[in-house]
Design a protein around this ligand. Structure first.
Ligand code: NAI
Ligand code: MG
Length: 364
């Protein structure tokens, strides 16, 4: 049997810097855990534009459709800000998401004890926090028609349409129930069924899908209350599923409960492939950070934890994902900090590769 395959797209700015540390960890799994991957690397974003004049080459797109998982660094940077919209670096990322049909966006908000002081909330509210927000990513108000700015009488009107089909809701719900099954069997669905018909349908479909997952404890919450509850008592949640717009806002809100952008991973999942695993792309939440590019300051943990998600959701290696997350946790507990994680007095920050060294040492 061939090894599981990974396509690495480091991208721009700090993307290649943080991805270099992930590559070392992938090699470690091959050498020390007998878990070898077939890894190929290609260009995306500005890097692809520089080489090919497009932010994603067709050959790269074809490769992304063939592998078991794509790992992406970040795209964009000031050098590309004045490019035509059609070839902007972000278009490369959007094309991947669209053609891979990645409808389910997983954003964990996890608080490592050693970083609990970083939260804007009281330490006891966030210590040990571990929630997962599943955001529907390919439909809803960001895509619905009609949309646009139109003339109406003697003024203009801006229109966007929240639109969800039953099948779109169903596949997002299924992906959230599947996740709840491998976590703590607790799911909260958020919409505004009190004021939106799309929310009424959302609640109906999620309730119907629940019949296939009777072990999962399902609750429903209006999304505005959900926002309040997330900052009041976030630990009441385990998995949250919600639509594209609410998910955009709620996942950013939940993420900030846990501190730095340099710590936040994400996964975007699509329909199952022939091997039964979802088509998938994993990437840190942060961007290309041009302000610190080339200074060896970038925190690689968001990208490393994205690979841990790949181990769990694409490669069914949950125990190995736990191992990698535990290594990150122990490094943080030892006080190892990149510059973005400084808060305590008298701590000297480590470089990107020194953080990689520390995680590898903890894995050993
Ligand atoms: P950003 O996430 O790149 O940076 C925001 C701030 O966080 C900066 O001060 C940066 O130094 C810091 N930061 C981010 N990641 C870090 C890490 N791993 N370690 C330490 N510090 C880190 O967002 P910004 O500045 O709004 O965007 C910069 C570029 O990145 C733009 O071209 C933007 O379009 C692009 N971008 C790309 C994304 C992607 O590829 N998914 C997502 C967000 C932005
Ligand atoms: Mg956002």
């Amino acid at each position: 049997m061939s090894n599981p395959s990974i396509l690495i797209l480091p991208g721009d700015g700090i993307g290649p810097e943080v991805m270099a540390q992930v590559t070392r960890i992938i090699d470690w799994y091959g050498e020390k855990r007998d878990l070898a991957f077939d890894v190929s690397t290609d260009l995306v974003g500005g890097a692809a534009y520089d080489a090919h004049g497009v932010p994603l080459h067709d050959d790269t797109m074809a490769k992304a459709m063939e592998v078991d998982a794509v790992l992406l660094g970040a795209v964009g940077g000031p050098k590309y800000d004045d490019l035509d919209f059609s070839v902007k670096p972000e278009r490369g990322l959007l094309r991947l998401r669209k053609e891979m049909d990645l409808f389910s966006n997983l954003r964990p908000a996890q608080c490592f004890d050693a970083l609990a002081d970083f939260s804007s909330l009281k330490k006891e509210l966030v210590a040990g926090l571990d929630i997962m927000i599943v955001r529907e990513l390919t439909s809803g108000v960001y895509f619905g028609e009609p949309r646009g700015i139109f003339n109406e009488g003697n003024e203009r009107v801006g229109i966007n349409t929240q639109r969800y089909t039953e099948s779109e809701i169903e596949r997002a719900a299924r992906s959230a129930f599947e996740l709840a099954m491998v976590r703590n069997k607790k799911l909260c669905s958020m919409e505004k069924a009190n004021v939106m018909e799309s929310g009424i349908l959302w609640r109906e479909v999620v309730t119907r899908v629940h019949a296939d997952y009777p072990e999962v404890e399902l609750s429903h919450m209006y999304a505005d209350n959900g926002a309040m509850q997330l900052v009041r008592a976030p630990k009441q949640f385990d998995v949250i599923v919600t639509d594209n717009l609410f998910g955009d806002i709620l996942s950013d809100c939940a993420a900030m409960l846990t501190g730095s952008l340099g710590m936040l991973p994400s996964a975007s999942l699509g329909a199952p492939m022939d091997n039964g695993r979802p088509r998938a792309m994993y990437e840190p939440v942060h961007g290309s950070a041009p302000d610190i590019t080339g200074q060896a300051k970038a925190n690689p943990i968001a990208c490393i934890l994205s690979f841990a998600m790949a181990l769990r959701y694409s490669f069914a290696e949950g125990a190995e994902a736990d191992r990698l997350e535990a290594a990150v946790e122990s490094v943080l507990a030892d006080g190892v900090r990149t510059a973005d994680l400084l808060g305590e007095e008298g701590v000297t920050p480590v470089s990107t590769s020194e953080m990689g060294d520390a995680v590898l040492a903890a894995l050993d």
